[in-house]
Design a binder for this molecule. Structure first.
Ligand code: APR
Length: 234
């Protein structure tokens, strides 16, 4: 593989699994314990906001108690040492890429450590539990605060920028995602369709789109990601 200039890295829940954060579709994953329609859709939130707040309060506490792992740290090293652009596009709503030292990050599904007031639209950092009664610090209204995360049926964030970066990249790496949720599941084809990108999947097991990748490396992220970054930087 010739030396890449522009690297786009898509990450999913699998990169945070070894930091102790649950994935969604693995055995024992979040969606085997709770119905995503109840906690990850606007309809579910409208039906029972207290249950949705509790679901995200528990996940927020887990994120605050977790630490970045060797895979997150390796991607931050790649950004520091690679002579070219490195952009992390993450489906994850944790802040482990940030805490590992990555700077160029797009959270396409939002961020668990941010909340948004529906009535006034303001989003802000938030590291505490959230409840229906929590008043908005900006407009003082209660009842309208929600996690600043993208639910099913809502538009993922930063899609224009992501499309531009996929078209321009010459290396697309997918780490720790089942590739079952779109639009992220289609990014490998977007990167390939512009003809330039070499595509690599690093995952514990083959994802839904594994046959679309030019290269596949199977194993736990804390092992395969540092080794791949070492190879890129050599
Ligand atoms: N190392 C590498 N990969 C791993 C590890 C690990 N230690 N553990 C699990 N994986 C892989 C699994 O094999 C699986 O392919 O990570 C993937 C996790 O897939 P999902 O649970 O479907 O998570 P993800 O792909 O991020 O889900 C995408 O779906 O529910 C929505 O918004 C949610 O962002 C999420 C989106």
């Amino acid at each position: 593989m010739r030396r890449p200039e522009r690297i786009v890295i898509l990450t999913g829940a699998g990169i945070s699994a070894e930091s102790g954060l649950a994935t969604f579709r693995d055995k024992g994953g979040l969606w085997s314990k709770v119905d995503l329609n109840d906690v990850a859709t606007p309809q579910g939130f409208a039906r029972n906001p207290a249950m949705v707040h509790e679901f995200y309060n528990a996940r927020r506490r887990s994120v605050l108690a977790a630490a970045p792992n060797e895979a997150h740290l390796a991607l931050a090293r790649l950004e520091r040492e690679h002579d070219g652009q490195v952009l992390v596009v993450t489906q994850n709503i944790d802040d482990l890429h940030e805490r590992a030292g990555s700077r160029q990050i797009l959270h396409m599904h939002g961020e668990l450590l941010k909340v948004r007031c529906e009535p006034c639209g303001k989003a802000r950092e938030w590291r505490h539990d959230l409840a229906t009664a929590t008043p908005c610090p900006d407009c003082a209204r209660a009842g309208g605060m929600r996690p600043h995360v993208v639910w099913f049926g809502e538009m993922p964030l930063h899609m224009d920028r992501i499309g531009t970066e996929l078209a321009a990249c010459d290396l697309f790496i997918s780490i720790g995602t089942s590739g079952q949720v779109y639009p992220a599941g289609g990014f490998v084809e977007e990167a390939r369709s512009h003809g330039r990108a070499h595509t690599v999947e690093l995952n514990l097991e083959p994802s839904g789109g594994h046959s679309l990748f030019a290269e596949r490396i199977l194993g736990p992220a804390t092992q395969v990601v540092p080794a791949f970054v070492e190879r890129l930087l050599r």
